[in-house]
Ligand binder design. Sequence first.
Ligand code: SF4
Ligand code: SF4
Length: 493
Amino acid sequence: MSRIDPKGVAPQEEGSLYASRQKVYPKAVQGRVRRAKWAILIACLTLYYLVPWLRWNRGPGMPGQAVLVDIANARIFLFNIEIWPQEIYFITGLLVLGAIGLFAVTSLFGRVWCGFACPQTVWTDLFMWIERRIEGDRNARMKRDAAPWSRDRFLRKLAKHAAWLAIAAATGGAWIMYYQDAPTLVASLLTGGASLQTYFFFGLFTGTTYLLAGWAREQVCTYMCPWPRFQAAMLDENSLVVTYRAWRGEPRGKAKAEGVGDCVDCRACVHVCPTGIDIRDGQQLECIGCGLCIDACDEVMTKLNRPAGLVAFETLANLAASNAATASVAPGPVRQVCGMKARQPVRFSRPRTWLYAGVLGGVVAVMLTAFVLRETVTIAVLRDRAPIYVRLSDGSIRNAYTLKLGNRSRPEAALTLVLDAPPGFRLAVQEAPADAQGRPVLAMQRESLTQWRVLVTAPRGATLPESTPVRFRLLGADGATAVDERSVFLAPK
Ligand code: SF4
Ligand code: SF4
């Protein structure tokens, strides 16, 4: 059991290099930031849990799930879009887009991702909400945890962990639904008919959700996540971060004391903080930028009939300007006016943000172009290397190739293969019918990869260079080239 001090944290052994976890008991808070966080939480969770259940008609024999990572068939389905293994660069592009978008948002608004939309924050917030419903708010929880075990405490803990496990199971199950058909998966999980791997991953994701959101909580952000370590590189003095306006709050003191600032040292901002820190100590790695301390302090200021915003989203540049403008002004309303007047409008247009916007725009343009120009039929030509050529009984030289064709279009396709080569070169494809002009016709099932054995023979007695460029072209029904690939024809020196 954690020993609790009056601030709601367990003390660290003095002189020890090991710091035991300081348990945090965040207090519930109301306000505009909290409302925004609830809205984002509901939107994120609704999307996460519901998307696997969206259906999409792709025709018979095709998966009917709108978003599906079909590992068995090596495809990713996103509504009407289908990503094949050779197009994995689209997924890479999406990840790059996400990363640059995150850099841009961080440079503008600090750690809003961490504080509002990161899965660790969203699920921890949900788990804390459950905890409050069952065990009560901060004071009740601290009191109960500090007291000896009782039936009431045991039952509440049991109910809380059962609820956490149920949410964790729904979360782990939903994750697997992105990889398997959702209704089929649920039925097989419930009837015990799912594969061992499915049960393993279901257990793994359930367990990690339960541990990370229920137990580890703020420690994930402080010790495990690398993002806080390098996000400093994206922030500058014009980024909006959660700050305590010390120029206005200090020296802190009782509400009715003379010559003190606006901070009444009530610690409401500390009590609501999910990471247990004091925003008045300045910028800290542990601060996830959730802004709940803003709501807590605004509530206190409103009760005291003082302007809100002692803790606020603010730029470090404005903080420095207000500090300088109020250095010689005594605490009180005049100081408040001086400090706020020294502020400048937030500069969203900065070299850094333009750089991120430029890179973002460039990646989007490249991806869109690649997507619009993507071919529904692909061709790869592999020339035999052993032997590199064959001399036939009549003296002519023959090369063999393997043609790999991919048909990503829905209908079946029958394409005519032609060879661009010097006069007299002959083309034959094993097991392929010929059209009226004797050209091989390669039939491809829809959504398939097919392989053909192609033989190219040079005319007998021809004087050949060691390497002759050739081109294989596939013609559509309209006679136009659908796709082509270059190769070489090799002959003896
Ligand atoms: S200091 Fe404020 S913004 Fe930072 S984590 Fe704590 S409550 Fe959230
Ligand atoms: S909530 Fe506001 S007034 Fe209270 S300690 Fe924090 S900064 Fe000071």
